[in-house]
Design a protein around this ligand. Structure first.
Ligand code: SF4
Length: 219
């Protein structure tokens, strides 16, 4: 199985449950959701004129529309060549669940890695049973019920108070489940959204996710 990889890099997970964890990020190309505030718009289209060689992906100094088809073996080789030490892999996008992730998550687990997927939940989630699924619902496109049920954590982006209405609908589906992990994440470090999130997290005993990588100005 080949995946269209936009970038691959080692950093610190800056959001959600695994915040602060050293991680290797694999960003896949392609997304059909089109959120206005998306900070990875360069991943939306898989245009063939932007296809590059595997070696060029690791030379990318800044994020752009270029991408390359890679097998999981190609990815493992890069990790070994670059002597990256993180054992936590984050498969993100774009929307990574546009692709069947069973192959990549299974093979990486066999090599001793723990996999996490960051998804909008708008596509069927196909991955290993042990994969941690971070669901970040986007109101632009319906979140599948199967994604809500599979999620290990829900990291909900907030800009204005009305955004909670969609979260409420989602939580209704898992109301019988105990210990749901709910994170509120202010969109684009917006100060008003941050204040709304702090207030709501305190009221509901949810957690705040503030994208520490953006404050630290790391990738
Ligand atoms: S789902 Fe994610 S990658 Fe796709 S448009 Fe929305 S924020 Fe961007």
């Amino acid at each position: 199985m080949k995946y269209p990889v936009n970038e691959i890099f080692q950093t610190i997970q800056g959001e959600g449950y695994y915040i602060g964890t050293p991680a290797i990020f694999i960003r896949l190309q392609g997304c059909k959701v089109a959120c206005e505030w998306c900070d990875t718009k360069y991943t939306w289209k898989n245009s063939y004129e932007n296809q590059i060689l595997n070696e060029e992906i690791i030379k990318k100094e800044k994020s752009n529309k270029k991408w390359s088809y890679m097998t999981t073996q190609n990815i493992i080789l890069i990790i070994k060549q670059l002597k990256w030490t993180a054992k936590h892999i984050v498969i993100t996008g774009g929307e990574p669940c546009m692709y069947n992730l069973l192959d990549i998550t299974t093979l990486l687990e066999e090599k001793g890695y723990f996999c996490q997927i960051e998804t909008s939940g708008t596509e069927l989630i196909e991955c290993s049973l042990n994969t941690w699924v971070t669901l970040s619902p986007k109101q632009k496109k319906t979140t599948l019920k199967s994604s809500i049920l599979r999620a290990n954590e829900i990291k909900f982006p907030i800009l204005i108070e009305q955004d909670f209405l969609y979260l409420k609908k989602i939580l209704h589906m898992i109301k019988k489940r105990k210990n749901n992990l709910i994170f509120l994440q202010p969109i684009s470090q917006n100060e008003k959204a941050l204040a709304i999130c702090i207030k709501k997290c305190t009221e509901k005993n949810w957690r705040l996710s503030i994208q520490i990588h953006k404050y630290l100005q790391i990738r």
